[in-house]
Write a protein that binds this ligand. Structure first.
Ligand SMILES: [Zn+2]
Length: 212
């Protein structure tokens, strides 16, 4: 549940509808990934079973499929305000939520939620972040680690709010999640890849030589 937020903390861009123009930075720096060519849709949005997009498998040179390395750093996709912080030392789930835009007429807020990402120590509830700012990292200590697969589960949510008489925004619920792929990868059609029984190659020195 999003905590009540004083209205003077909401200094977010106002928009009538959400668009990819609100996304100024990618959540993972692909320039730092060995041999990165393009993302794959390994586990995309499903309204009932998977309300986000997994940033996980990518295609490298010569079509080889690779997974994210341990310790992959994650960045804010836009200027915003931290509205959720959960660390695995305090909670089973590691999670960071950032409010990035508001529709004042309709009374709804757009937020981006990063799951399985351990927040950096300076990421605090209701602190402001810049687009491209380091906010956390993926690690095998977190709940999203399965069988050698490090991934960032990314959700976009629209949450309705009401303003109280003393100027606080109160959120009714967790909000409605929608497919983030068009916002994150506009104009692209990501190749689908079933990775359920796939193990990413371990990026040790031997494999780096083999795949490089
Ligand atoms: Zn996921």
């Amino acid at each position: 549940m999003i905590p009540p937020i004083a209205k003077n903390l909401i200094k977010l861009p106002s928009a009538e509808r959400w668009s990819s123009e609100m996304i100024s930075h990618q959540p993972v720096d692909t320039a730092k990934l060995p041999r990165f060519k393009c993302w794959l849709n390994a586990y995309g949005f499903d309204p009932r079973y998977h309300r986000g997009f997994d940033i996980f498998a990518y295609k490298g040179a010569e079509g080889v499929v690779l997974g994210l390395p341990n310790g992959t750093r994650v960045f804010s996709v836009a200027d915003g305000l931290i509205i959720e912080v959960k660390d695995t030392e305090l909670s089973y789930f590691a999670e960071i939520g950032i409010a990035i835009a508001v529709n004042k007429e309709a009374g709804s807020l757009l937020s981006c939620v990063y799951k399985h990402a351990r927040p950096s120590p300076d990421i605090r509830l209701l602190s402001a972040v810049k687009g491209g700012e380091l906010i956390g990292s993926l690690s095998d200590a977190d709940d999203g680690y399965v069988d050698g697969k490090y991934h960032l589960h990314l959700e976009f949510r629209e949450t309705r709010f009401k303003m109280t008489e003393d100027g606080f925004l109160v959120f009714d619920d967790e909000g409605r999640s929608f497919d983030p792929e068009p916002l994150l990868f506009p104009g692209q059609s990501l190749e689908k890849k079933d990775t359920r029984s796939w193990r990413p190659p371990v990026m040790d020195a031997y494999n780096l030589i083999k795949y490089w």
